[in-house]
Design a protein around this ligand. Sequence first.
Ligand code: ATP
Length: 950
Amino acid sequence: MDNRKGRLMAVKFVNAKDSFLHVNLINVSLMQGKVYELRDETRGNCLAVCSCLATPLKNLKDNEVGMSQKLAKAIGLGGSESLVLTEIENLIPKSSQVIFTISDPDYAILVMNATKVEYIMLDQIRLVKRGQNVVVWISPMVSITLNTEKILPESELALLTNETELHILPSSDVRSVSRLGSLEDPSPEEMQTGLVCRVIFSEKPCATPFVAKIHPSVKPSFLFALGKILSVNKTMHLQLISDSEVSPAVDFLSNLPIIYLDKRARDQANLFFDGCKIFLEPLEIVRNAEFIVHVSKNCSVQSVKDDLKSLAEKLNRELLVVNQTVFPLKNNLAVKFEMKTSHTNLSSTSIESCNMGVKLGKFEIKNEPAMVEAEHSDHQIFSSWLPLLNNLKKSLVTNARTHVKSPIAVLKGTRGSGVETFLQQFVQLVVAPPLKLHDLALDCKAFKGKTVDTLKNKLMELFLEGTKHDPCIIIFENIDQFFPLQTHDLHESPESSYRLGVLQCIWNLSYSFSKRHNCYVVTTAVTDHEVKIWDDMSVPVELFQIPDLSLEDKVQALKQCLTKLNCNWTNELEDNSAQIIEICNYQDICDIAGRATFEKLKSMISSDEPVVITTDDLSSARNFLTSQSLKDFNLLRIGNQNGAASSSGRWPNVGGLSDVKEKLTEMIFWPFMYSHLFATNPLKLQKGALLYGMPGTGKTLLAEELAKSSGMNLIHIKGPELLNKFIGASEEAVRNLFEKASAAKPCILFFDEIDSLAPRRGRDTTGVSDRVVNQLLTSLDGVDSPAEAGVWVLAASSRPDLIDRALLRPGRFDTMLHCNLPTRLERSEILQILSSGLKISSDTDLNKLAEMTDGFCGADIQALLQTAQLVALEEFVDVFSEETGDKSMEHQEQLEVNWNHIQLALQKTRPSLSQEERRRYEKIFKEYELSLQPVGRGKRAVFKQRTILA
Ligand SMILES: Nc1ncnc2c1ncn2[C@@H]1O[C@H](COP(=O)(O)OP(=O)(O)OP(=O)(O)O)[C@@H](O)[C@H]1O
């Protein structure tokens, strides 16, 4: 192609939403990124300049150039014509300011979408020529046409970059064009050319329709044309009258004046919701700005405040500055900066660098609406959450006024603690008067696995939507979707960079939008890990910890759930429910109510009677469900059969071990059962105990039985299950565990095989165990007195000598309880217990069996009885199938374990530990016990002394 002569190409209209030229693949390699002058083939005049897009369009021929039909029309091309394309080779100057004009209807659209235009403009247009029209698409259906009025410094062409300041003026306001870009002050008229207001629908109809009321402190009475927010084609005239009875004068959150509009005018303007924004364009220009303040980029807010203060003092008058931020100066004196609304300034630094008009007059700072104490109605807010709800609301208001706080609030609650419900209650609170925030939500579940770019586009749409409804609150639901479980590695990994990308995107948008608009982002976090990720990004999110519900609130939550499920409840349930759901969290209560209702409905399927839930229904539903807070853990039992603690027969299933049982009863059972007595007694309670002994001696059984008999939750951790190869993950698992235990209180945290989780430090080459031990120590030290905290810690090990010694110090696992191999008497007791569920013939002598099982531990005895049962079963099957050919086992009741079966089982069963192994264990325990006693003092000293005396 001869660049000087140009190339003749036929114009084809393509479905593009931009002001670029499009060509096919072959031409792209020649033309991409280049800039062309477009001349009319017949008349030869230059119509426009355009740059060529690098993305090829398949359906174009080699001699065709594609452009949008709208653009073609805007630059004066009619029908399908041909153009001569001449490349512009000279360097195109980058311009600092470009001034466009725009038709009045398009201006109305622009005003409502200014922020969006800022973001999308450079994607659609890069090059402009003085006098040329360009088209910008605000949405696929809506576009505006801009005419390039002026380029500064003076030039024919301008390349638009991020640095270019764009000014767009309505064409009716051409007078001001000549002044733009100069350092001249804008005239007072320019400053009063428009007003953005928030509409509140007036309850009483006005005598004349199309009259809007406004508080006199904001504007005197003028005639305005009303441009509406949703449908942009209509313009209606509106009489604006001042009325001292209307209040508030200014919506303090958005700093927008509020006007009250009659219903008829509202319908005419297609305004659908209270609180929407409208743009008022004056029909009369009013000269009333008396003083101009220049606010430059480098000028501090304080210096402006000082200037204005001295001015107010000098004039002995009060200052009124409409729009933008309010700075209180002294009693009843305030200033607000007014940006020029005569044009929309699109530079990112516009706020700092523009001139602002100050109007002198009286201005009353509207007092911050008192934090309306949230209503404590039956269906709404729990009193335990009320202080936090109000704090969060306060933070939001402060942020809206000062922009000094973080735009993101993270609500942290444990699993099942009702985080989502809390969020709903918060939203209810802020969308109601007086704040009237608009709420938008994004369910992150829908974006799981999507690219950061896809998410970014969606977020951009969401935030832009938010700016339309400013002030608004944006809620990220289920944000944990972006935190895959195994992202604890500190090294670069696809997961960690994805997560970082997502969060950075959320942060960047929240930050930039909240600077200019009142957008406040609220999200949730369930684990420490989720909170830490924000920390790692070093962005200042505000963290709010959701408190546990009080017992009264739990009962209220239960009633709410049952009411929602259309159920009634009995009076006795009213009295007993607190006891049943005492240790449940919010989600558990919802689940229990749901389960109880479901079971009740099942039982009365053919009845039309109303559903009435009783104490029994609730208790059985509670026993059926696993607590939410414990779902990730190995939960052995919650409470006993009745859902409440029993005070008698505490160890019915554990034989022998009387010392250990007694000590555990004193240490855990009593302080829990009689907490009121212990609370008034200054006794220092022990919070942790270590059960040690040979394998199979009933250590796990003891922990289970303790939880069962006291009605406490039990979290059972098998040593190595917490260890994770990712750096930091094991420590975090330990931290989470203690958090869960606290959420599930009253709770016993039971570390089985603790020697494998917390071996002595310094022996592990990977360092994982060392860090886990350190974390365990920190977490154990963090557990308060069990009577208050409701968390007791138990550990079990058959090799206590391998455990890190620091764990055994006072305040940690400071009580050592030895679970011995059972003696003959104890074996007899165990045999009684374990055989109680079996059918045993009368010829069986359990005492004799106890004598014959020397060296057997509890687990061995259980194995022996199981083997005896199997032997009995084999015999039973043989006899019945041979004699009767009956294989249906109808005669099961005749299945019985007799002495003979036991003898046979005894021949097949050996103690799990040989004599030598038992001796080795005994030696280890002895040495271990000795090593624990302080040298020269205490027991060891006594022991030594005794030796000497003997
Ligand atoms: N003292 C006991 N009374 C009744 N049953 C017992 C007793 N000791 C052990 N058993 C039986 O043995 C089974 C296994 O015991 P348990 O798991 O509690 O032993 P452990 O000491 O925790 O063993 P390990 O060290 O191998 O974990 C129990 O479920 C129970 O049936």
